[in-house]
Ligand binder design. Structure first.
Ligand code: GCO
Length: 441
């Protein structure tokens, strides 16, 4: 077995997002977001909602104590836009800012470095009503919100991520309709949502940089190698198309200011002169969310005439996602060789399984431990070969509201009992803790 050794100063921690854990959706003047609307439409598979979720809004001290006890030194959380600017534009809600102020102080007190993500999918509903990510009207409000939050917190929060997975927002929010706001606007709708997120990101990066120096600015992308299901030319072309949509619009947008050539024609209607400069930014740190490879084939009737092929792997997670740690190694290697080896960190990696609470009250989640071990080996190997990887944040600290799956899919290293809200660390928590503390090598 490869040893789990990492470069000096390698950072360890967890990621969460506001909507998935906070609850308290009506507290302290928070406005409505697209996920509130989508949930109220009855579109969550298990009929649950995020009204309470993990009640992190009130229980964050306990959650921070869990991270500290694990030996985690870093934590990525997201700030809920509708808590800060409830109507998307206009009045700022001071009680929303106060909450993140308390959270940040408590993290620092615990010796945990806060990393704030500005957008983990909770678009204020009034902005969606005005066109959402389909148009440019959202760009200015996002930059304003970024400036407001940074003005309050950047004296203590030094690491800022703009977006989380713009591809998933675009594809599922505006293409398949499986995520809020639940539109099915075809290929053009997906590309519009991607491009306008790129523009908003560029504007927010510049807005924050203009106000504060010495910050680490970046964004978080879900990057997953797209491989063809067969060597038939139409499958090879489908995988390349999917790579352009899923990975390259976002990655090449920020890193190179480039629209993928494969998509240039399809995007010509709404990419204006100057946009490529506006979306490019020399970020300091790139967060990567990795779950699996994507095996794709040509099939009409789906976005971009691409559909899932047969993933060749030995195991699947409880989401029926293939377990393919070698894809993470390939991805890190590609960033090193083809993108000038940027500073990166794993911002999410993890898995859902149908956890069982054993007679001893514990959760012996061996499959999740194995998942983490194999992916950490892939990261360690890439780092040994020179990849500039700075740290690893698991997804997720807590079981939480897994979007359209509701509370039915558990990704946490800490179990949440949704009746009592009791937290129980799983074996996977102890495993990551031992690696973070340097005891498991
Ligand atoms: C993501 C999402 C998370 C999900 C996780 C599992 O960024 O994809 O950030 O919110 O819960 O990926 O599906």
């Amino acid at each position: 077995m490869t040893s789990l050794t990492f470069p000096p100063g390698f950072r360890w921690g967890a990621s969460t997002s506001a909507y998935q854990i906070e609850g308290a959706l009506d507290a302290d003047g928070r406005g409505a977001c697209v996920w509130d609307t989508y949930t109220a439409q009855g579109r969550i598979q298990d009929g649950s909602n995020a009204a309470t979720a993990c009640d992190h809004y009130h229980r964050f001290p306990e959650d921070i104590a869990l991270m500290k006890a694990a030996g985690f030194d870093s934590y990525r959380f997201s700030i809920a836009w509708p808590r800060i600017v409830p109507a998307g534009t206009g009045a700022v809600e001071p009680r929303g800012l106060d909450f993140y102020d308390r959270l940040v102080d408590a993290l620092l007190e615990a010796g945990i470095t806060p990393m704030a993500c500005l957008y983990h999918w909770d678009l204020p509903q009034p902005l969606e009503d005005a066109g959402g990510w389909q148009g440019r009207a959202v760009v200015g409000p996002f930059a304003d919100y970024a400036r407001i939050v940074a003005a309050r917190l950047a004296d203590r929060v030094k690491e800022w991520m703009m977006l989380n997975e713009p591809n998933v927002v675009a594809i599922h929010g505006y293409g398949t309709g499986e995520h809020a706001p639940g539109h099915q606007l075809g290929d053009t709708g997906i590309l519009r949502a991607l491009h306008h997120q790129n523009l908003a990101q560029g504007a927010a990066l510049r807005a924050i940089a203009a106000e504060h120096s010495g910050l680490t600015l970046g964004t978080v992308l879900n990057l997953q190698p797209s491989v063809p299901d067969s060597d038939r030319p139409e499958d090879v072309a489908a995988a390349a198309r999917w790579d352009a949509v899923w990975n390259r619009v976002s990655l090449d947008g920020v890193m190179r200011g480039q629209i993928p050539p494969l998509l240039a024609e399809a995007m010509a209607d709404f990419v204006l002169p100057g946009d490529e400069e506006a979306i490019r930014y020399p970020i300091d740190l790139l967060g990567i969310n990795y779950y699996s490879r994507m095996t794709m084939k040509h099939e009409e009737g789906h976005p971009f005439d691409v559909w899932w092929g047969e993933a060749r792997c030995r195991r699947w997670t409880g989401m029926a996602w293939p377990v393919q740690p070698e894809g993470l190694y390939d991805l890190l290697t590609e960033l090193r060789t083809d993108y000038a080896n940027p500073a990166v960190f794993i911002a999410e990696n993890g898995c859902a399984y149908d956890d069982v609470v054993a007679d001893d009250g514990q959760i012996h989640d061996d499959e999740r431990v194995l998942f983490f071990r194999e992916h950490l080996e892939a990261v360690a190997q890439a780092a040994r070969e020179g990849c500039n990887v700075k740290g690893y944040l698991c997804w997720s600290l807590l079981d939480n509201f897994e979007w359209a799956f509701g509370l039915s899919k558990r990704f946490g290293v800490v179990r949440v009992d949704y009746d009592t809200l009791a937290r129980t660390p799983k074996d996977s928590y102890r495993f990551l803790s031992s690696v973070a503390k340097g005891g498991d090598k």
